[in-house]
Ligand binder design. Structure first.
Ligand code: KG4
Ligand code: ZN
Length: 341
């Protein structure tokens, strides 16, 4: 199989990866934009696209240099084409088309969430399909039935906030900084997950959809008092903040684990894979490992380096899609929504 250069610019990370045979990562470079967006408490789309323009070309050259590859050694260019911020996606897609044209290489368009769904397979020496894939990130929380790299069907997704978005919002409510997921995760390690009983919204089982907005509101009212949105934060001790982080994380993780098990039961799958930024969450990783062990299921957690947005997952999936004949033309377009991808 081929050596593929993958480009990821769907949100606030400019990322380039080079992957051999869909599984062997030669390099995985990420230029984060945290410092650019931190003062606004979230991603500012215009700033993100401009930063992608400034960084993409440099990153491609650095990736070639680091992996010791010349452009001739690259067999194809893969790029995230949907879903995401349209301005950001366009920079990556345009850059990828320019490289494909200039180097005379095939082009592959990749769905960002499918790349997260298959990222657990990157370092494996085999393809783990069929499997249930849980993708939990800042923009998406979904369950998929993955039969192959090009046979991925959606089983359920969030009807409001994504899991990562809930982490970010709770961190903002607690004034802990941005992006909130890793900070809440660290604070949760020192807290009691049973200190507060936050709601686990399961919707109507066997629905495989998710809802996290009620949980976020429950945290808000726990801090400020019922129906209030200010005034309570300064009364919290650091230990209480840790307890809120731990109890909130426990509620999110319980729902993610239960719904994943529901998807397993509904499909008869014996393998679970997990990807997306929230797949880096320590409690989610330990709870899923424990549950899958008890249920006799194989579990592949995405390695931490490939949980948040990265180019390696795009290059890896691009390699598998290329092998299955999914080539894009130079009129490839970006799409903000997954529906049109
Ligand atoms: O996959 P990703 O980089 O971007 C999207 O496709 O959305 O995910 C970013 C999200 C953010 O919401 C971030 O707070 C969350 O993943 N995240 C975490 C952790 N690390 C990143 N959430 C919980 N625990 C973590 N350790
Ligand atoms: Zn992502």
């Amino acid at each position: 199989m081929a050596t593929v250069l993958g480009i990821e610019t769907s949100c606030d990370e400019t990322a380039v990866g080079i992957v051999d045979h869909g599984h062997r990562v030669r390099c995985n470079l990420i230029a984060t934009q945290f410092e650019l967006h931190a003062r606004y408490g979230g991603v500012v789309p215009e700033l993100a696209s401009r930063a992608h323009i400034e960084r993409l070309d440099l990153l491609v050259h650095e990736a070639l240099e680091q992996s010791g590859c010349s452009p001739e050694a690259i067999d194809a260019i893969a790029v995230t084409r949907a879903p995401g911020l349209i301005g950001s996606l366009l920079i990556g897609v345009t850059g990828a088309k320019a490289l494909a044209w200039a180097w005379g290489k095939p082009l592959v368009g990749v769905n960002h969430i499918h790349a997260h769904a298959t990222s657990a397979a990157i370092d494996l020496d085999h393809d783990p399909w069929p499997a249930i894939a849980l993708v939990a990130s800042g923009g998406h929380t979904s369950l998929y039935h993955v039969r192959d790299y090009d046979e991925i069907s959606l089983l359920g997704s969030t009807i409001d906030d994504a899991a990562g978005e809930a982490f970010d919002k709770v961190a903002a409510i607690l004034n802990l900084g941005y992006p909130g997921g890793p900070i809440v995760d660290r604070r949760a390690a020192g807290g009691n997950p049973e200190a507060f009983r936050f709601p686990r919204t399961m919707l109507k089982p066997p629905s495989l959809d998710f809802s996290f907005s009620g949980l976020k509101t429950a945290v808000l009212y726990q801090i400020h008092g019922p129906g209030k949105t200010t005034g309570g934060l300064e009364k919290l001790t650091p230990a209480q903040v840790d307890d809120i982080c731990a109890s909130f994380s426990a509620a999110v993780v319980d729902v993610l684990v239960e719904k994943t098990m529901l998807a397993v039961a509904g499909t008869g799958a014996d393998t679970v894979v997990v990807g997306g930024g929230v797949a880096a969450n320590s409690r989610l990783r330990t709870q899923l490992a424990e549950r899958c062990r008890r249920e006799g299921l194989r579990l592949h957690l995405t390695p931490l380096a490939y949980c948040t947005d990265n180019g390696a997952m795009v290059a890896a999936l691009g390699g598998h899609l290329l092998a299955r004949g999914h080539l894009a033309r130079l009129d490839l377009t970006a799409a903000a929504s997954a529906d049109r991808s």
